[in-house]
Ligand binder design. Structure first.
Ligand SMILES: Nc1nc2c(ncn2[C@@H]2O[C@H](COP(=O)(O)OP(=O)(O)OP(=O)(O)O)[C@@H](O)[C@H]2O)c(=O)[nH]1
Ligand SMILES: [Mg+2]
Length: 200
């Protein structure tokens, strides 16, 4: 895939309406600070186009990046950061659920988790929402550069087990795809790009 253009086209806040268009949409969900914006930058080969931050809670809107006038990458607000008030969290849930159920051209929702840790309760809830909305479970384990090569398999197994367990409720455990990704080395990018290309 050749990236010819990237444009932050629409920013949707809590009260704004979701845009209506026909180009395919791919969304990225995950805990705050897990690396969603970094992943989007990695896909489009830009350093800091989607704003990233060491401080959790950077992306609090739904951001639509138009790529090549061909498809959208959608950066969803992160969940689970400790400082968010209860009311904030409720708003977040409403926003994400509404997005998952009403976006007509949404092809795939990628769940991003941190390869270093067991998926959180929020991660598993997000995975349930994704499957309940009718999407295939595709999970990206980010920050693969942060653990030793010798530990990769162990971490992959731990994450796969937790996700598979969650998916067994839906008979979707066999459908799970788990992709290891690093924003530092870009490992995993080809696999993600191929998945996008298959659905554009
Ligand atoms: N080493 C390493 N650092 C990463 C990776 N991905 C993200 N980071 C770092 O993690 C921090 C958070 O990344 P973001 O991409 O801003 O995370 P986010 O999920 O968009 O966070 P919110 O917008 O708060 O939801 C930044 O300091 C990134 O540089 C990765 O694969 N490897
Ligand atoms: Mg972000």
């Amino acid at each position: 895939m050749v990236i010819k253009s990237v444009n932050l086209e629409t920013v949707v806040g809590i009260t704004s309406k979701l845009p209506v268009h026909t180009w395919p949409e791919f969304a990225f969900a995950g805990r705050s600070n897990v690396g969603k914006s970094t992943l989007i930058n990695g896909i489009v080969n830009r350093k800091n186009y989607a704003h990233t931050s060491g401080k959790p809670g950077k992306t609090q809107t739904i951001n639509y990046y138009n790529v090549n006038d061909e498809f959208y990458l959608v950066d969803l607000p992160g969940y689970g950061y400790a400082t968010a008030a209860v009311a904030e969290k409720a708003k977040w849930g409403k926003m994400i659920e509404e997005y998952l159920h009403s976006s007509k051209s949404l092809k795939q929702v990628f769940l991003i988790v941190d390869i270093r840790h067991e998926p959180s309760e929020d991660d598993l809830l997000m995975l349930r929402w994704i499957v309940e909305a009718g999407f295939a479970p595709v999970v990206i384990a980010a920050k693969a550069d942060k653990i030793k090569r010798s530990q990769l398999q162990k971490h992959e197994k731990m994450i796969r087990e937790s996700l598979t367990n969650c998916l067994s409720e839906y008979d979707q455990a066999d459908a799970l795809r788990l992709i290891l990704w690093s924003g530092e080395t870009k490992a995993g990018r080809d696999e993600i790009i191929t998945l996008l290309e298959e659905q554009i």
